[in-house]
Design a protein around this ligand. Structure first.
Ligand code: GTQ
Ligand code: FE2
Length: 365
């Protein structure tokens, strides 16, 4: 069809292109609209209260006798992320394992971290043949493509938080999965001097070449807590309080290539300043009571609650108690965002921005 001047109309041309699975940039839906004004937070600020989740986990223990996938994990879907996910990149859940159960060994390209909420230290995860005890507040890593099984040889139910990079990995279409061949659980390295974790500290065997991938496997709370205590009188971040990143000591970089884990102390009455950043985060309340306000929506939290803070949403944290500390474990996707130089923060970059304490001036006692 042609205009009166004999020229094809733009509408006609656009329709023709559409038939050919081509879109003119001028018609590309949302491209300009999406770029102007920056991102809309992807997903909602949302909280999964322990009061509810704990009940459902107890029910899951009855309903799901022997878990089909061997993982009795309740995963949190953000109502604003229809593709699935706690944020657009992260998936958080709580996994419960009954006395005497095993969650059989497998591996996948999805990276995962576990933060232990209940367990007596005899519960363990095996990662690539290495036994990692799960004591309360320990962090265990199961990096991408590492074999892992969880076992509870105790008389008590145990539980931990799972965080995986599922939505990000599915977005990239990189899912691979394998069950462990031959047995339900892995053979374990039993000679203590063979343990890889012995090679992640301040010294290592000079006669061996060093493995930097998939290590460390465990951040024991008994080592992390004194570090946190030892820094608790610092001013900390005005936006996050005394927040520590779990660094990877083998690389000096983030916990995992896709996931950065934090442990964060909010002192009694502490109310952080409001900021926003291009990374998203999921939180687990390890202790205390507080409120996180996200784009004006207040989420009140208490021990064992989980909540999501979408990217580019203004947020601030409040410790509601005047006497007790609050402790937040969180996982964020800043390694993904930063890998391509896209980390932004407003009103200023607070992440790794301040100087370390200076060398004391001479003559100062
Ligand atoms: O414990 O290996 O919540 O593979 C989701 C996928 C836990 C696990 C989850 C998993 C696991
Ligand atoms: Fe797994």
């Amino acid at each position: 069809m042609a205009n009166s001047d004999g020229k094809k109309s733009l509408e006609q041309f656009d329709a023709e292109l559409k038939q050919l699975f081509i879109t003119g940039q001028w018609q590309y839906e949302g491209l300009l609209a999406a770029c102007i004004g920056g991102p809309q937070p992807r997903g909602e600020a949302y909280l999964w209260p322990w009061k509810l989740v704990g009940e459902k986990l107890a029910e899951a223990c009855d309903v799901l006798e022997e878990s089909v996938t061997a993982r009795r994990s309740l995963l949190f879907n953000n109502p604003g992320v229809p593709m699935g996910g706690t944020t657009h990149t992260l998936l958080m859940g709580i996994q419960m394992i009954k006395a005497g159960e095993i969650a059989w060994a497998h591996r996948h390209t999805l990276a995962a971290v576990r933060f232990i909420a209940k367990g007596d230290g005899k519960v363990f995860t095996v990662v690539n043949g290495e036994k990692c005890p799960m004591e309360v507040n320990d962090l265990i890593l199961t990096p991408q493509w590492t074999w892992h099984d969880h076992q509870n040889p105790t008389q008590e139910t145990a539980m931990w938080v799972d965080v995986l990079d599922v939505p990000f990995m599915l977005g990239l279409n990189q899912p691979f999965y394998e069950p462990y061949p031959g047995d339900k659980v892995q053979a374990v390295r039993d000679k203590a001097s063979d343990h890889l974790q012995r090679r992640t500290g301040l010294v290592r065997p000079a006669w061996e070449n060093s493995q930097k991938e998939n290590l460390p496997l465990r951040y024991a709370w008994k080592e992390i807590e004194p570090q946190l205590r030892g820094l608790a009188d610092q001013a900390g971040s005005p936006y996050d309080g005394v927040a520590l990143e779990y660094i990877n000591p083998m690389t000096g970089g983030p916990t995992l290539p896709t996931l950065s884990c934090w442990i964060q102390l909010l002192r009694p009455g502490e109310h952080t300043k409001k900021h926003r950043h291009t990374s998203s985060a999921v939180y687990f309340v390890a202790g205390g009571e507080g409120t996180t306000i996200v784009d004006g929506k207040a989420m009140e939290w208490t021990k064992n609650d989980c909540f999501a803070v979408p990217n580019w949403a203004w947020h601030e944290h409040v410790n509601r108690s005047k006497t007790e500390e609050a402790l937040l474990f969180s996982v964020n996707d800043s390694p993904i965002v930063s890998a391509f130089g896209h980390y932004r923060e407003e009103p200023e970059v607070s992440l790794r921005s301040m100087s370390i304490p200076a060398v004391p001036a001479a003559g100062k006692k």
